[in-house]
Design a binder for this molecule. Structure first.
Ligand SMILES: CC/C=C\C=C\CC(=O)SCCNC(=O)CCNC(=O)[C@H](O)C(C)(C)COP(=O)(O)OP(=O)(O)OC[C@H]1O[C@@H](n2cnc3c(N)ncnc32)[C@H](O)[C@@H]1OP(=O)(O)O
Length: 276
């Protein structure tokens, strides 16, 4: 499927690959991007033929963040007859942009993101809403917002502290806008794997996606939903949610099929699971 700022295709069974696709503008996030991501992930959440998503960027750079040319009018000059109405409109606009990344987090299908080169501003908002982050050795990450006069408002300040263990490091990155390179990103836990180049990274991302897609969608989606729930709740609340979740999901035929394959020392990838 071809969009204006991105494109999506199915490189393998049950795997959807979304590519940010404005390489000439370093995949800067224009109005079309913000709209298309919501359309894409709304479809993906409902699509039984998709079990896992890979997100990457075309060209040398993952993304330059918000498109400073295309977005300025909407973000900086909201309409309204007085301050209350202008502020209300501004709030609505910010909430709309937040939704572009929150919908990725809410999507029950795991999302693997692959970053090469720069990942700036809105790029960090995007990747922190994904489930697994991979990068190339030349990747760098920058919470750039303070440099352009604003506090990051579409997810980085809320999600990055839950991704990186060190609160001090998060504060430093967000307050100074310094670049963090691949090795430090790995050491801090922002990414789980670093690849020598983009080709190797995409091959690794697709292989990982294939591993996930080959497993029971009931198990995989239940795992994602419960990991995110437990991140935002106490252990007791998380256990309660889990028990309620699995009181129905444990009754799936997938458990018997998977257990039988395991006893026979077969990979779960040899099993045909019903669509979910
Ligand atoms: C409600 C608010 C929601 C979200 C808010 C998010 C906040 C942010 O995202 S803050 C971050 C804003 N981004 C930046 O400040 C980055 C600016 N870009 C760069 O620093 C560099 O382009 C680069 C990413 C390091 C890549 O460098 P390089 O490979 O040398 O490319 P360039 O020659 O600089 O650019 C090529 C081409 O792309 C255009 N472009 C790059 N970034 C943006 C951008 N953010 N917005 C619009 N256009 C961008 C640049 O102008 C060039 O275009 P030409 O037509 O070829 O001149």
């Amino acid at each position: 499927q071809e969009f204006m700022a991105s494109r999506s295709h199915q490189p393998a069974t049950a795997v959807t690959h979304i590519e940010l696709h404005r390489p000439e503008k370093r995949n800067a996030m224009n109005k079309a991007f913000w709209r298309e991501m919501v359309e894409c992930f709304t479809q993906i959440a409902e699509d039984p033929d998709c079990r896992v998503v890979v997100v990457s960027g075309a060209g040398e750079v993952f993304t330059a963040g918000i498109d400073l040319m295309d977005m300025a009018s909407e973000v900086l000059q909201p309409e309204g007859d007085d301050m209350a109405r202008t502020s209300w409109n501004m709030r609505r606009i910010i909430a709309k942009y937040q939704e572009t990344f929150s919908i990725i987090e809410r999507c029950p299908k795991p999302v693997v993101v692959a970053v090469q080169g720069a990942c700036v501003g809105g790029g960090v908002d995007l990747i922190t809403a994904c489930d697994i982050r991979l990068c190339t050795q030349d990747a760098w990450f920058q919470v750039k917002e303070v440099d352009i006069g604003l506090a990051a408002d579409v997810g980085t300040l809320q999600r990055l502290p839950k991704v990186i263990g060190s609160r001090s490091l998060v504060n430093e990155l967000a307050l100074t806008a310094r670049k963090m390179y691949a090795d430090e990103a790995k050491e801090s836990g922002l990414v789980s794997r670093v690849f020598p180049d983009k080709e190797a990274m995409l091959a690794g991302a697709l292989e990982m996606a294939g591993e996930i897609a080959g497993r029971s969608p009931v198990a995989v989606q239940g795992t994602k939903v419960n990991l995110i729930y437990s991140r935002d709740h106490s252990v007791a609340e998380g256990l309660n949610y889990m028990a309620t979740w699995n009181m129905s999901m444990l009754q799936t035929e997938d458990v018997m099929k998977s257990a039988a394959a395991s006893m026979e020392k077969k990979s779960p990838k040899t099993i045909t699971f019903s669509k979910l």
